[in-house]
Write a protein that binds this ligand. Structure first.
Ligand SMILES: Nc1nc2c(ncn2[C@@H]2O[C@H](COP(=O)(O)OP(=O)(O)O)[C@@H](O)[C@H]2O)c(=O)[nH]1
Ligand SMILES: [Mg+2]
Length: 459
């Protein structure tokens, strides 16, 4: 992996490009300190090269002799920096022109533009963090809610990597014991029986399965669940959408059939992130345009992660509602009986028979929304999500653990069928490989490139 280490000094703007209080331009590499010494004059007259790590100077950035902006520059000396290399951060005023110009001056003085994620990639290649921890950096940045952010921080600090390491060491113990027993029969190595091997491997298999399951509950908290609000026209879908998203995006009227296109909004409800779509009212209609909307909803229902199926408490169930009752049993869903501030005319028992969860709300007053949130947390599995636990955060990690699970399972069956212990060792090694791929201890250049190409420039 060392051939991936690049000795150039890189620079990039690390803050979002826009007008703001402060912008930060970050450099990393052998000559980072010299580059900034060339373009920066401190008020005190001190040079960065005279400073210890973790210190800062105030002064001005110059383009040759022309002053460009005031700045605070901070020095981190290798290996005590984010990347493990010399790092300098130039904090200037947050104007787009000034920030871009300072970056250009830095590049003219010997630094190279950083690739997406290159700072974090260097931290990984220099052994500061492993691959799972690197991915958690992106998860912290993209976290939409508290539970997601807390979990990502725990993983950045090694929660998942430690769990993987524990399981990996259990596998290594089995392989080592097998090898010792086979290679040194004259020594006092306890006999390896098929039973004891199967027991240990079953325990490992269960730990891995628990990790796999964490991916699904984590999804609701981290990536968001694709959620449709459905119901016949006028039940209050757009009103609920607006209440949950806190803005007036959907058009609310008492004319049935107002919302024909899908309106989408990401909302955080309790610990769950929902990618919420308001939809066209589901009803049998002769209007061809409205029909297109209704067909689209039916299609989306097949792939969505959750449906909030709404009913109007003030009206009796009709044929359009009856069609929705079947959705309740076919899709992960919550039955939402709306308009409870009015007289209740609807047959609630009939709905409850078809629904795993049923809540009463008034989208207009907000009454009952807490119970709706609880129901959503339950159905999506977010209620089970433990932000302090080791969880898998992305498809790559899921695939690594999935491969390990399959291999361990195969090993157990092979032992039960009586294969040689040599062959068992080979299979155990294979499972270990999959786990090492997850943490990046053994990952190909291609995998590493893939992980970091998803990052933003400057991170
Ligand atoms: N009384 C009452 N009226 C509601 C409630 N929710 C929605 N409405 C009204 O019902 C009508 C239809 O609402 P809308 O959200 O456009 O329904 P949609 O067709 O399902 O999107 C509007 O006049 C809303 O003000 C509620 O909880 N209580
Ligand atoms: Mg609507």
């Amino acid at each position: 992996m060392n051939n991936l280490i690049n000795k150039t000094t890189i620079a990039a703007i690390s803050t979002p490009l826009g007008t703001g209080g402060i912008s930060v331009i970050r450099l990393s590499g052998d000559i980072a300190i010299d580059v900034v010494d060339n373009i920066f004059r401190s008020v005190s007259g001190k040079k960065l090269s005279e400073l210890n790590g973790y210190s800062a100077l105030f002064g001005k950035v110059f383009d040759n002799d022309e002053p460009v902006d005031e700045a605070v520059v901070t020095v981190f000396r290798a290996p005590h920096s984010y990347t493990g290399e010399n790092v300098v951060e130039v904090s200037c005023h947050g104007g787009m022109y000034v920030t871009n110009r300072i970056l250009r001056i830095i590049l003219n003085n010997g630094a190279y533009p950083a690739q997406p994620g290159e700072f974090t990639q260097r931290a990984f290649l220099n052994g500061k963090i492993d691959l799972a921890e690197s991915e958690a950096v992106m998860d912290i940045i993209s976290a939409k809610g508290k539970a997601a952010a807390r979990s990502a921080l725990n993983i950045k600090e090694g929660r998942l990597s430690k769990e993987i390491s524990v399981i990996k060491n259990m596998l290594i113990d089995q392989a080592a014991h097998l090898a010792a027993w086979a290679d040194y029969p004259e020594e006092d190595v306890p006999e390896v029986t098929a039973d004891s091997l199967v027991n240990s491997l079953t325990e490992i298999h269960n730990l891995l399965l628990k990790l796999l399951r964490s991916y699904d509950t984590g999804k609701a908290v981290k990536q968001g669940v694709d959620t449709l609000i459905i119901g016949k026209p006028n039940v209050g879908k757009s009103t609920l959408m607006n209440f949950l998203s806190g803005t007036q995006k959907s058009i609310v009227t008492d004319i049935p059939g107002t919302t024909r296109d899908m309106i989408e909004e990401t909302v955080v409800l309790g610990s769950v992130v929902l990618i919420l779509s308001d939809t066209a009212g589901m009803r049998n209609t002769d209007d061809p345009i409205e029909q297109i909307g209704v067909d689209l909803v039916r299609k989306r229902l097949k792939s969505c992660g959750l449906a909030l199926v709404m009913f109007d408490a003030s009206r009796q169930l009709d044929e359009n509602d009856f069609e929705l009752l079947s959705v309740l049993s076919d899709t992960p869903s919550v039955a939402v009986i709306n308009k409870t501030d009015l007289d209740i005319m609807i047959d609630t028992e009939r709905i409850k028979q078809s629904a795993a969860r049923c809540v009463y709300i008034s989208a207009e007053t907000g009454e009952g929304i807490d119970r709706l949130i609880e129901a959503v947390e339950d159905i999506t599995g977010a209620a089970e999500f433990d932000e302090n636990a080791a969880v898998l955060s992305n498809e790559r990690q899921y695939q690594c653990v999935s491969k390990a699970v399959d291999t361990v399972k195969e090993t157990i069956s092979a032992i039960e069928m009586g294969i040689t212990l040599d062959a068992v060792t080979v299979l155990i090694e294979e499972a270990i490989q999959s786990l090492m791929e997850l943490t990046g201890e053994r990952a190909s250049e291609e995998i590493i490139h893939n992980v970091f190409s998803k990052f933003c420039v400057g991170k």
